[in-house]
Ligand binder design. Structure first.
Ligand code: ZN
Length: 161
């Protein structure tokens, strides 16, 4: 991934090797199952162009994403992005998570970001370089789409195709 720059490449490789919040929660929920209390709900993401898959679990406490976990396999970008996604949205409100998603999505799809948006993205800026590589955009977005699907319950499975 020389195109992403050395600093960002090392961050992505580090997260792909040691993903954060990795592993199914103790009480595994059924994908698409109704949210019950503080239980987890999940959604699967599939990027057939690259062979990436992720499953994301979200547990809400009130309006807050009390816990976010994932499992998956695939390229370094897809797995590192899912890992960094969990660290970015865990502990945030639904509204904040949506806002982070929107900014991340704008960045990887090449939309211009203002200074505030750029600052808010923090480490997620590591994925800014993928905007030039349409296939990589799907890799970088996969975990985020799955998180949104789990959060909003609109689809237990999401595909980039
Ligand atoms: Zn990929």
């Amino acid at each position: 991934m020389p195109e992403l720059g050395d600093l960002y490449q090392s961050l992505i490789l580090e997260h792909s090797r040691s993903p954060r919040n990795y592993g199914a929660p103790p009480a595994t929920s059924v994908p698409g199952a109704p949210l019950a209390g503080n239980g987890f709900r999940s959604a699967d993401g599939n990027n057939p162009m690259c062979g990436d898959i992720v499953r994301v679990w979200v547990a809400l406490a009130g309006d807050r994403l009390a816990d976010v976990r994932f499992t998956g396999k695939g390229c370094a970008i897809s797995q590192a992005s899912a890992s960094l996604m969990t660290t970015a949205v865990k502990g945030r409100t639904r509204e904040e998570a949506d806002r982070i998603f929107e900014r991340f999505h704008d960045m990887v799809t090449g939309k211009p970001l203002d200074d505030e948006a750029r600052a808010a993205l923090g480490k997620l800026a590591a994925f800014g370089g993928v905007a030039r590589f349409p296939m990589r955009v799907k890799c970088a977005s996969l975990g985020w789409h799955a998180m949104r699907a789990a959060l909003h319950g609109d689809a237990p499975r999401v595909s980039t195709e």
